[in-house]
Design a protein around this ligand. Structure first.
Ligand SMILES: [Zn+2]
Length: 268
């Protein structure tokens, strides 16, 4: 078999100018334009709420095998490109999990694309239920810079909880603080008790990937209070209590001490 293959783009990314949607991931920020000769292939695509969009990073460096994701955290070690989602790699295929918001002729309006305008699209596949792994083990490559971390967690929280609400705002801010203090809130070693609203609990469960069982990392108790989360790493406890509910503006603007109180980890 010959080692040569050719890939033909089936479409192109067109970016929409919508700054807010870039952050929340709830409204379309790009159009996947399917070229006319492939438009028959999108028959029934609208039956899917979510799609994988595979792109070709035409600007990537194809000789790169090792990368250091120092833009997020200068202390991170090097990673082989097959162990991380860096765009530079031998075959620079990009992969986006997007929500399909609407289909107009051969235009798919989707969320969550950060590829540059004009990026070639090489394939579109539906996202299926059996693509879900709720609590995978992953390297901790989250950004250490707070503003980036808040944006990342906000986006992940919306993808999980599917609405902006006071419980989500507080949950994201608590998770950011816990990540800064304990590191890697997805770690199997970290347990979590949430007292407060179901929205707060759902947001924190989605961000921490803590399951109720196997292993048992997550507990929830309903309370009408603004909410509290207690993080437990091998007997070290971090308790974060909300002082009050916060809205969208306060979520982005207020410092920790104005919206919650906490004390540094204590041994139980
Ligand atoms: Zn909610």
């Amino acid at each position: 078999m010959s080692g040569k293959y050719s890939i033909k783009p089936i479409g192109e990314i067109k970016r929409l100018n919508n700054k807010q949607s870039d952050v929340s991931g709830l409204t379309p920020n790009a159009i996947v334009e399917v070229f006319p000769e492939y438009s028959e292939a999108i028959l029934t695509v609208e039956q899917n709420s979510h799609l994988w969009i595979l792109t070709w990073f035409h600007l990537a460096n194809r000789d790169t095998l090792i990368v250091k994701p120092s833009r997020n955290n200068p202390a991170l070690p090097s990673f082989g490109v097959f162990g991380i989602r860096a765009p530079d790699r031998p075959n620079p295929i990009g992969m986006y999990l997007v929500q399909l918001v609407k289909v107009e002729n051969n235009l798919l309006y989707v969320t969550n694309i950060d590829a540059v305008d004009g990026t070639p699209v090489i394939d579109i596949k539906p996202y299926y239920e059996n693509d879900i792994v709720f609590s995978p083990r992953t390297p901790n490559i989250k950004p250490v810079y707070r503003e980036k971390l808040i944006k990342l967690f906000f986006k992940q929280a919306i993808a999980h909880h599917q609405e902006e609400c006071p419980g989500l705002f507080m949950g994201v801010r608590m998770a950011v603080l816990a990540e800064e203090i304990f590191g890697h809130i997805n770690s199997p070693e970290l347990g979590l008790l949430v007292e407060g609203s179901p929205c707060l609990a759902d947001t924190l469960q989605g961000l921490s990937r803590a399951r109720l069982a196997n292993p048992s990392r997550f507990r929830f108790e309903y309370s009408p209070s603004p909410g509290q989360s207690t993080w437990n790493r091998k007997g070290e406890l971090l308790k974060i209590s909300a002082l009050r509910q916060i809205n969208h503006k306060e979520f982005w603007e207020l410092p920790d001490h104005e919206i919650m109180k906490y004390s540094l980890p204590q041994r139980s």
